[in-house]
Design a protein around this ligand. Structure first.
Ligand code: KG4
Ligand code: ZN
Length: 357
């Protein structure tokens, strides 16, 4: 079964093909450089870029793979949550394509797809605990199957990725700063007293990263010598071998460890509360972080649980996860009518698939 996946929920336009559960091709155009000029994603520019790029990207995928529209069994598309104007571009393209070539269409939850993408690298086991950590979300789910997700905990304010990006901005790093903070942190030594492990003094599975974000931004504001501005070369970071350079790396390590430990401790708490968990899944852009990966790996090993961890390029937004989630859901007999709607961030995604029990 051949499933085309389309992703356009934020600032990546991407298409991918999954054939019988395997990723066979993907094309992606990131808008990061454009939005970096403004220090964050500008929704109007994002939708214009999606509209400009999606057709040529589809043509490229066809040229690379020899795909003809008539070959497609399913078109799966991210329907939300995301930026409405951006989602509408991908969803309209998907609907037009499915209608013209007679393929079935599937509207995919972008957040669920992040976690299901782990199945591209190893067998999904259920029930699993899924930790999704991105620029907009920090969610813990109990996953009882590809379409059975129960939200156990979420960020009550900023997502972990937001804290990385704002701290990075205060240090003079370009948006999004998570990957570069990770790179700096790997050259530093963490001081565990520098930042709190936020919102642990309770009994719940929710997160709050706004206090940690503010503490880090204030620290950066009070230490202009920590500016990373001059370190950013095109595509690279060069850390000077002086005290300011080492201090910068140490502060990044301290911050990153605070985030990673908080995520680990809450996931550990979730494991204690949930019976019968057979695997852990980590996904979303922040799942590319080396400290976060290490922390969750340590937890999984201590509990003797398999950890499913997508490759870093499948952690950030991509269409392989949409195509794969579509393939899984299609295998369960699911599909949508052409009138499903795109769902912006903050609104509930309806359970409106056909073929649901
Ligand atoms: O999942 P994603 O690509 O987009 C959504 O937000 O849906 O996640 C983007 C977020 C950004 O905040 C970015 O700074 C963060 O993931 N990120 C990282 C790393 N790579 C990306 N944060 C920490 N360490 C990284 N290596
Ligand atoms: Zn995402």
């Amino acid at each position: 079964m051949l499933c085309l996946g389309i992703e356009s929920s934020c600032d990546e336009t991407a298409l991918a093909l999954v054939c019988d559960g395997r990723l066979s091709a993907q094309v992606l155009r990131s808008q990061t450089d454009l939005h970096a000029l403004f220090g964050g994603v500008v929704p109007e520019l994002a939708s214009r870029e999606h509209a400009r790029c999606i057709g040529p990207l589809y043509d490229l995928l066809c040229r690379q793979t020899g795909l003809k529209a008539g070959d497609l069994d399913y078109v799966a598309v991210a329907r939300g949550p995301g930026l409405l104007g951006s989602l509408l571009v991908g969803v309209s393209f998907a609907k037009a394509l499915a209608l013209s070539c007679g393929a079935r269409i599937l509207a995919v939850n972008h957040l669920h797809a992040h976690l299901l993408a782990a199945g591209l690298g190893g067998d999904l086991l259920f029930p699993a605990l899924g930790l999704l950590v991105s620029g907009g979300h920090t969610h813990i789910y109990r996953m009882d199957g590809p379409r059975s997700f129960t939200l156990l905990g979420r960020s009550i304010d900023d997502a972990a990725g937001e804290a990385f990006d704002k701290f990075g901005k205060a240090l003079g790093l370009p948006y999004p700063a998570g990957r570069q903070i990770d790179e700096l942190a790997s050259k530093g030594v963490a001081d565990i007293r520098l930042f709190p492990r936020p919102y642990l003094d309770n009994d719940n599975l929710d997160f709050s990263f706004s206090g940690l974000k503010t503490a880090a931004v204030q620290l950066a504001a009070g230490r202009p010598d920590l500016s990373a501005k001059q370190l950013v070369q095109p595509g690279d970071l060069i850390l000077p071998a002086d005290k300011a350079g080492q201090d910068l790396a140490d502060v990044c390590a301290s911050f990153t460890l605070a985030v990673a430990e908080t995520l680990r401790l809450k996931l550990e708490r979730a494991l204690k509360k949930q019976a019968g968990i057979k695997a852990l899944i980590l996904a979303g852009g922040v799942a590319a972080n080396s400290f976060v990966r290490q922390g969750i790996r340590t937890l999984a090993d201590a509990r003797g649980l398999p950890l499913l961890l997508p490759e870093p390029d499948l952690c950030t937004d991509n269409a392989a996860m949409i195509a794969y989630a579509g393939w899984l859901l299609a295998g369960l007999g699911q599909r949508h009518e052409l009138d499903f709607r795109s769902v912006p961030r903050g609104q509930k995604i309806p359970e409106d698939a056909l073929g649901q029990d």
